[in-house]
Design a protein. Sequence first.
Lengths: 108, 344
Amino acid sequence: MDAAHAIASGMCGMRAAGDLVARMQMTRGMRLQPAKEYVAAKLGVSVEDLVDPLAMSEVRREKGLGTLIYGECAEPTEPQVMEAKFHIAEVLDVPIACVDGFKKRAIA
Amino acid sequence: MEEGIPTRMGDGSLTRMTRSEIKADIEAGTKAAAAKAKVPPLSDVEQEHLLDIYASKARFTAVDMGEGVIISADGSGTRHIGTRQNDMQCFEQLLGADIIELWHIDYSFKAVKTVLPFEQQEMKDCLNVITSPMQYGAMPDLGRYTQPDGPIANWSELMPLGKIDEARDAQLEAVEQAVDDMVFVADGMAAVGADGIDLDTTGAAGDADFLAALRATEIIRKKHPDMGIEMGMAGEFVLGMHGQIEYDGRRLAGMWPLAQLKAAEKAGATIFGPCVNVNTGKSGAWNVARAITLVKPCMAEAKIPIHMNAGMGVGGVPMCRYLPLDAVSRASKAMVEILRLDGL
């Protein structure tokens, strides 16, 4: 069912920019179109690019926002997970609680 | 003679209906919703669009390119394979979920409170391997606070005895405990870095259940200003188990989706999930027409994203375990395109 929804009408998460738009909905309560426009502006791409996995994989690599590990065979030297979330918080200008917690706990 | 088109009933069973029969069901579904909730029926154009989606033999259907919405995949930590963490990684890496949700099999804040440190550790572990935003989901689940499972007198037993005041008092007592538990769990999840909390299936035990979620939301919002709070409903209509409870000057019992949304916004939710239950004896087209009609008034007035519930037995998705792709994709496309949803 979840896969059916994702394919039929989803933004497909990290394959494109679904996770980034989702952050603006969760953290800022933005509705879909303003959230898409906000993310597109921050990334310097068009709203249409946000659901294009090819365009977004390049943008994500360029800005260090994390890419799919299995599907794209990401290089281990590229930012992944927590490293990527540091970049996401900075690029989207939005707080990410686990990033803040990481900084707090890692830098005593 | 018109050709029969394969389509689904609300229980997922395959049947055949002609285009005219599907059209009649769409009209009946929207009229049924309009009459019950006193909202406008779908326009002729919207009904025609719905008919095009449902009078099709296609195995799968989808929205147009570029029209995707956010999928807040509640229940993504189900143990389909291995561990909950494995499963959530699959949802992120393979299934295209936009929001990942950790949850406990009891799916109740009261139960989760007793195992919170374990759930916090699981959340922290997951946050270290998952890039997508993660929320923790459970139900307010007010019924769990009643005897024999909980400490409070059981209002479902008191009411048949005519002890109405006692039943109402018991519900309000349960609200206080449920609020404490929801805030306790939210605090714990915030402490380990969760991106959000999902108060799911809100209102399942009626208006007092809804009140508990609203009050908890107010407190969580004040304590954690940047935490996502998704409030998903249990049904299209808030049951009046208490009957007199008000929030922000409005009676909760009898609220339809638009009034529910207003209450959720007032409390401080960042995502609202309206829910419309499926009638298993009616066709998928009838159910989707009814669901869309009931939720449509929300869309023009919402200030926060609307993620309509579209799982088993809600939002026009059939009530069955192994959901057919044709039924899910039709409901998905219909709701997103006609309602212009923010997510599912």
